[in-house]
Design a protein around this ligand. Structure first.
Ligand code: AKG
Length: 294
């Protein structure tokens, strides 16, 4: 569906102005959307997994473990395939307002793609370099949207997501080194062609939702506060978008329709898209491992 077709359907959660901002800017930061009860339940589940990580030494299918991890001081960078970790995470993906927010941005027929929970720890110098999402998991069109939910208030000190306005209307970059290896980030050469100074921080209180279009350039700085920043991220697309390469981080729910109906006809956007490695053959660690290998 085109943005005009999507906007012709009545809004469910967002205001018309918020929907239009998303399509114009390529992202949206919207406060007050997720209830304190959901935030509390998600936080409790997240804490349970962080506690359980104390007995885990290496990354596995559940955890992406950072270099400073220890039983005394967990340093989990990511909970993988979040909807498969605990029922509450799938309940949130399909039975909260979240998929209705997605419907406001991708149209009434909504497909679930993937999910994860990123942690950014204080003092870890954990920068997420500038990147676009769609080169890692290309689809037949550019409807995929990532919805991030603040589990605590996020300020500049916590290393919030930063999105470059209108970059979704610009080129897609090949996230590879000169020798062709996947880097998960935009090369210095390509970055030098961009004005990143207009980047906007996605700050906001707990319950804020950050919606990022799959073409939008984004990243995040290190966390200089004394508190961990936990950010669950859920990816949805219009039902008529089909992945044309194996997903990097599949879940048991990937491809499920969470609102509306499945598509009988695909929408193919003619704009070119880089081809990622075949993750089903080489495996995928995380954006952290890819970016740090450079
Ligand atoms: O957690 C962050 O700060 C950035 C996450 C992100 O952009 C990603 O995982 O693709």
């Amino acid at each position: 569906m085109t943005p005009e077709e999507i906007l012709s359907h009545p809004a469910r959660v967002l205001s018309e102005a918020q929907r239009e901002t998303y399509f114009q800017m390529g992202f949206l930061v919207a406060e007050g959307l997720i209830t304190t009860d959901w935030v509390k339940r998600l936080n409790q589940a997240s804490t349970r997994f962080l506690d359980a990580s104390r007995t885990v030494a290496n990354s596995d299918e559940v955890y992406d473990i950072g270099p400073n991890h220890s039983p005394e001081s967990p340093h989990v960078r990511r909970l993988r395939a979040l909807v498969d970790r605990a029922p509450i995470f799938w309940e949130f993906a399909c039975a909260s307002l979240l998929p209705d927010i997605a419907a406001d941005l991708v149209g009434p027929d909504v497909k679930f793609h993937s999910s994860k929970l990123n942690y950014k720890w204080p003092g870890g110098n954990e920068v997420v370099k500038w990147h676009q999402d769609i080169p890692a998991w290309p689809h037949t069109n550019y409807s995929p949207v990532t919805l991030g939910v603040h589990l605590d208030a996020v300020t500049a000190e916590l290393g919030p997501l930063v999105c470059v306005p209108k970059s979704h209307d610009g080129p897609l970059f090949v996230h590879r080194s000169e020798d062709g290896n996947w880097t998960g980030s935009i090369s210095e050469k390509d970055l030098s062609t961009l004005d990143l100074s207009s980047g906007i921080e996605a700050n906001g209180p707990a319950g804020t939702v950050v919606a990022i279009n799959c073409r939008t350039i984004h990243g995040s700085a290190s966390n200089t506060s004394d508190q961990v920043r936990a950010l669950p991220l859920y990816v949805y697309s219009s039902a008529d978008a089909f992945a044309w390469m194996p997903p990097p981080s599949p879940t048991t729910r990937t491809g499920e329709i969470v609102r509306g109906n499945s598509a009988r006809v695909t929408h193919v956007d003619p704009r070119r898209c880089p081809v990622p490695p075949d993750w089903s053959k080489i495996g995928y660690g995380s954006i952290f491992t890819a970016q740090q290998q450079q």
